[in-house]
Design a protein. Structure first.
Length: 182
């Protein structure tokens, strides 16, 4: 049962000639990577194309994967870089999923508060657009993709304290600007 093997074991098996291991690895991450990419490009065709390109890059660079590292952060770092390259070419800004950021403000609207919630999301969207790309990415990876601060630090190749600090500053900015608006 190859499906139960760790990512690293699947990579090792593939590098030894087991093509099925690569297939399992791709199937394991196809939906998460597509969802991650879609958050940036907001277009199904572009997201599908970019996801395919990312997996081709993974396949071509799998021999260079360092066994002491975790595969998932490495994969998402490649995906992040591919998205940034794509967006730079198109000169569009990435968009953060606002549903995932709702946790930041400790706000759980009832159905009666739908319009107020919509207005709040619009305010948050305006605030987030003012944040740096790296800060938006930390929020996206943490809240939407479910990465830990340690994994995000590996993706950015920065210290965990830098990532935590960037996260805390973003939360403080969002809360402060929301208070100023009200």
């Amino acid at each position: 049962m190859l499906e139960n093997n760790s990512d690293e074991q699947l990579i090792s098996n593939y590098l030894k000639g087991d093509k099925k291991s690569l297939e399992i690895l791709i199937l394991r991450y196809l939906k998460p990577i597509y969802s991650f990419v879609y958050q940036y490009v907001r277009n199904t065709t572009d997201a599908e194309d970019l996801t395919q390109e990312i997996f081709v890059k993974i396949w071509k660079n799998l021999k260079r994967f360092k066994k002491e590292k975790k595969f998932k952060p490495w994969l998402f770092a490649i995906a992040k870089n591919a998205c940034f390259d794509f967006l730079r070419k198109r000169k569009k800004n990435s968009v953060l999923n606002l549903e995932s950021i709702s946790q930041l403000i400790d706000y759980s609207p009832s159905p009666d508060e739908f319009l107020e919630n919509k207005f709040l999301k619009e305010k948050i969207e305006k605030i987030i657009k003012k944040l740096s790309e790296k800060t938006k990415e930390v929020l996206n990876l943490y809240y939407y993709q479910g990465f830990t601060f340690k994994e995000i630090a590996e993706i950015f190749n920065e210290s965990i304290n830098t990532i935590k600090s960037r996260h805390l500053r973003a939360i403080a900015i969002i809360k402060k600007l929301l208070e100023d608006i009200d």
